[in-house]
Design a protein around this ligand. Structure first.
Ligand code: NBP
Length: 478
């Protein structure tokens, strides 16, 4: 076999086959393909003769079909399957060749894999790919890590298949080793928060506003014409407009209200806990899915007398506008927290991540693509050291404009007994961030009382402990 494919794909399930087709459709690419079970390879070649794939039945054949430096993108199940394929390729690749993992790997796995492979001189690149199967086919947002040298070879190929937003390809070299998969993980965490926030807005409009899914669909369509314009608002509007063919009811009313997940939201929260970065909006979104799936517990809940009071709505238009503003402000908090987590991860792992560039590559191809990412990109473009997105002038204005509606919506939802964990936690985060004094001083006092954990004073250097069981005098512990 001639070694003339400039790129190869291993793993031809939905993501891999669509990515291979995307690659094949771009000028200059010749794409080698391989899948563990040969049926998938056969089916893909048969269904898409126009792609001129160089198909292999064995891994040896596949490696032999790649031009040097060899580049192979792995699109198999994350975890053990990815490790198995990496081992197969690493055994056959040579110095200068590039193995790319395009699956949803946990970034710490990517760091480990890079460390294991790099002594051989083979490059290992963990690349987060977002946009689902449609994105893989027509243009995803791509977040590659790995070395600069590897990106030099790989970058032009990824740029050719990525989504394009305002004339720019939605791909950038994020940073070394696991940086790409870390940023993809945070992307997914933000996606959880964004979806939960839209779901809470829907629930309020439905329960308090007594609006039908169809009416709410129309409201979202209007919102999509303004500052909330995004893929998630657009598809939510479509989901709400969908009628179930079997029952004639709105589809949303016949879907079981138990939300699933594949783990990237949990990873985001776990990593952020380790980094000490509050991603409360994302955490509430993950927990809201967990609560929704506690079927037995929910079914057994007593019919509580929960003290609700009706949400009196005098002006429907004003009510809808309040919900829109509350959604926008909460969404800003979720993104601010996500970008804080990226900064904290970069600091911890010595990654030089350009936050403005991350916002830019999320403008197209990925699930959280939105107009508003231009604003985030501008904010970090103006000041890369911005301590919080919420402190940028545009976002200060946005939350100040929304603040009274935000409070009204969270307070009224609580009074009406409508759960709004992401709206409420986002507002509390905002209030915590801007508070002059936090009750953390009291927590420090409590910790010192039962555990002699010491505290710092506002008026002196050093650490102090109060002799709580003695004469209650204070001692310096330094
Ligand atoms: P799956 O995650 O369903 O994985 C199926 C593929 O893995 C098949 O090609 C299968 O080969 C291969 N595979 C397995 Br399973 N074990 C293997 C092994 N030991 N050796 C070699 N190959 C093995 O595919 P997907 O949904 O296309 O996703 C691919 C990657 O992209 C995953 O990491 C996923 O998390 C990520 N991702 C998916 C989406 C999405 O929307 N689905 C979005 C973004 C990222 P076989 O045919 O021989 O069983």
């Amino acid at each position: 076999m001639n070694a003339n494919a400039n790129i190869g794909v291993v793993g031809l399930a939905v993501m891999g086959s669509n990515l291979a087709r995307n690659l094949a459709s771009r000028e200059g690419n010749s794409v080698a393909i391989y899948n563990r079970s040969p049926e998938k390879t056969h089916d893909l070649v048969t269904a898409h003769p126009e792609a001129n794939f160089i198909a292999s039945q064995t891994i040896d054949e596949f490696v032999g079909s790649l031009a040097k430096p060899r580049i192979a993108i792995i699109m198999v199940q994350a975890g053990k399957a990815t490790d198995a394929v990496i081992t197969q390729l690493a055994e056959r690749f040579e110095k200068g060749d590039i193995i790319v993992d395009g699956g949803n790997a946990l970034y710490t796995d990517t760091v480990r894999r890079e460390k294991e492979i790099s002594p051989s001189g083979i490059h290992f690149v963990g690349a987060g790919i977002s946009g689902g199967e449609e994105g893989a086919l027509n243009g995803p947002s791509i977040m590659p890590g790995g070395t600069e040298e590897a990106y030099g070879h790989l970058g032009p190929i990824l740029e050719s298949i990525a989504a394009v937003a305002e004339g720019e390809a939605c791909v950038t070299h994020i940073g070394s080793d696991g940086a790409g998969h870390f940023v993809k993980m945070i992307h997914n965490g933000i996606e959880y928060a964004d979806m939960q926030l839209i779901a809470e807005a829907y629930d309020i409009l439905r329960q308090a506003g007594n609006m039908s899914p169809k009416e709410i669909s129309q409201v979202l369509e209007t919102w999509n014409g303004g500052e909330l314009e995004s893929y998630l608002i657009e598809i939510t509007s479509e989901v709400l407009a969908q009628v179930d063919a079997k029952t004639g009811k709105p589809l949303v009313d016949v879907i079981l209200d138990a939300a699933g997940s594949k783990g990237t939201g949990v990873w985001t929260v776990q990593s952020s806990l380790d980094l000490g970065t509050p991603v409360s909006g994302i955490a509430e979104a993950v927990f809201a899915r967990s609560l929704s799936s506690q079927a037995a517990q929910r079914a057994a809940a007593p019919n509580f007398s929960a003290g609700q009071t009706a949400w009196e709505i005098a002006d429907t238009e004003a009510f809808i506008e309040d919900v829109r503003k509350a959604l926008y402000a909460s969404k800003i908090v979720a993104y601010a927290q996500g970008f804080d987590a990226i900064r904290a991860g970069a600091l911890e792992n010595n990654w030089d991540i350009n936050l403005g560039a991350v916002a830019k590559i999320w403008r197209g191809g990925c699930i959280i693509r939105a107009q508003f990412l231009n604003r985030i990109s501008d904010a970090y473009g103006k000041n890369d050291a911005l301590l919080s997105l919420l402190f940028d002038e545009y976002f200060v204005n946005a939350v100040e404009t929304a603040a009274s509606s935000w409070r009204k919506v969270v307070a009224s939802a609580s009074l009406a007994g409508i759960p709004v964990p992401a709206f409420a936690s986002s507002l509390s985060y905002f209030d915590g961030l801007r508070a002059e004094r936090l009750p953390a001083a009291l927590v420090q006092g409590q910790r010192d009382f039962f555990g002699a954990h010491t505290y710092k004073r506002i008026d002196a250097e050093g650490s102090f402990h109060t002799l709580w069981s003695g004469d209650k005098s204070e001692v310096s512990t330094d």
